[in-house]
Design a protein around this ligand. Structure first.
Ligand SMILES: Cc1ncc(COP(=O)(O)O)c(C=O)c1O
Length: 456
């Protein structure tokens, strides 16, 4: 068994089977590049998290899916049915969540650099919670509220910056004064300003219902002690606010739990973390009835892959390249954007093939950084072989751009597969194009690219 096999992805008789289907057959039917997601794994990831802390009498564990990881409507619909909430960071993400059936009362909006034009559409959705990222946002929110919904007691919360952040790359450390590469961190409100903002908000007729932090993304086991230090800080803030007479509804600890991107990676102990959160809230006597977390990557990363086709092998200056029919920026941009991001790459056509060679998987964009993997060891591909880039369920399609005008001419597709519903294994019909399916979720278009949904 390979370390990456799970409910979504298996090897059977030397062939790659995502969501119980033969990858080669799916690629043959749909072409490449092609995203495939498996609903079973997403459900399993969600349930592991939801039950991970064991019984939590008196305290709801609220799992707010960070929709930025993957906004596929089928995934949203699945997570809605599992009981998730939504963490949205733009009015567009709020709209996607509402379209998927999430009531505004189950959406938390956390926006940075937001103006009245961002707040106004949010205020047209009563029940939504607006999480302020800057003191300076408050007068803008108030002006928008006074215009759109005068007198309404808008639910709001405060994203503070606990003064310490943690993430797999300086570009995704979202708390502290400066990131590890010296970039000033733009997120969150300084601790000293939080109680004053709560007072101002209440005086202005808002309902300040919660506090929030998000330290960064991609935590592994070594991050645990630093993360706990930040947990203690926000619990201390909750204590102070409750002592001042603010009845909190939730304390939101943000997202950040990594997915397993490499065999050597030691996972962040998520279940232990949740138990610790519950205990620390109890020990501090916090009355807030809900504890929130905002996982993105953890829920969907390892439930997705993208299939690429090898065009040819290229040799030069001692380098060996497998040149594929897609660009990182248009499909899986993480390795091109974050120098510490790695994705496992499989030769799906000859999983156990020999010889194995060290090679760089090069995309088709005019950009040196357009490489899916550097010096990875895989069975030597031949032209026409299929490569699978794993962990493409999170921050892949959702971060992809149309850079170099590539994806407009040759679009990639997405399939969400509910494995196990069709044990006979016949390849099901796929509906394409705009319009709605008889059952959820709808096929839709985004960025001019078709998104295909497939249920078995
Ligand atoms: C506010 C907020 N919450 C949650 C997340 C989700 O992070 P992850 O996918 O690492 O869990 C992010 C990611 O950027 C975020 O900005």
């Amino acid at each position: 068994m390979f370390w990456w096999e799970n409910e979504f992805l298996q090897v059977k008789a030397g062939r790659l089977f995502p969501a119980g289907r033969d990858a080669a057959a799916i690629a043959g039917g749909h072409g490449t590049p092609l995203f495939i997601y498996g609903s079973e794994r997403i459900r399993a990831n969600f349930r592991r998290l939801a039950s991970g802390a064991g019984p939590s009498p008196g305290r709801e564990i609220r799992i707010c899916y960070a929709l930025k990881a993957n906004a596929h409507p089928g995934i949203l619909s699945l997570l809605k049915n599992e009981g998730a909430w939504i963490d949205a960071v733009s009015p567009g993400e709020v709209q996607a969540a509402v379209r998927a059936g999430f009531p505004p009362g189950r959406i938390l909006f956390t926006g940075t650099s937001c103006g009245t034009s961002d707040f106004e559409p949010l205020l047209r959705r009563p029940g939504l919670t607006i999480n302020l990222d800057a003191l300076e946002q408050f007068p803008l929110l108030k002006a928008a509220r006074d215009r759109i919904a005068p007198g309404r007691r808008v639910r709001m919360s405060v994203r503070w910056n606990p003064g310490l952040g943690r993430g797999f790359n300086p570009k995704v450390i979202t708390a502290g004064a400066r990131s590890a590469n010296g970039t000033p961190v733009k997120f969150g409100i300084e601790p000293k300003d939080v109680p004053g903002l709560f007072r101002r908000a209440r005086a202005a007729g808002f309902d300040p219902v919660g506090i929030h932090q998000h330290l960064g993304s991609g935590w592994v086991r070594d991050d645990y002690p630093a993360v706990l230090e930040a947990v203690d800080r926000i619990v201390g803030l909750a204590r102070r606010l409750e002592d001042e007479g603010f009845p909190l509804e939730f304390v939101d600890f943000g997202g950040g739990f990594g997915a397993r991107y490499a065999r050597s990676q030691k996972p962040f102990p998520v279940e232990r973390y949740l138990r610790t959160l519950l205990r620390r809230l109890d020990e501090a006597g916090i009355k807030a009835p809900a504890l929130a977390v905002e996982p993105g990557k953890y829920l969907v990363a390892d439930a997705g892959l993208v299939l690429l086709r090898v065009e040819y092998l290229k040799r030069g200056f001692g380098n060996l390249f497998a040149c594929v029919n897609a660009g990182t920026f248009n499909t899986v941009p993480r390795p091109a954007i974050y120098d510490t991001a790695r994705h496992e790459i499989i030769n799906a056509t000859r999983i156990d093939g020999r010889p194995k060679r060290k090679m760089t998987i090069a995309g088709h964009l005019c950009e040196t950084g357009d490489v899916f993997g550097i010096d990875v060891r895989i069975p030597e591909p031949r032209p026409g072989d299929l490569l699978a880039v794993l962990n493409a369920g999170a921050y892949a399609r959702s971060m992809a751009s149309t850079i170099r005008d590539r994806s407009r001419r040759k679009s990639s597709s997405e399939i969400l597969s509910a494995a196990g519903r069709n044990p006979g294994g016949r390849f099901p019909a796929v509906r394409r194009g705009p319009g709605s399916l008889s059952g959820p979720p709808p096929v839709h278009q985004r960025n001019g690219m078709n998104l295909f949904v497939l249920f078995m």
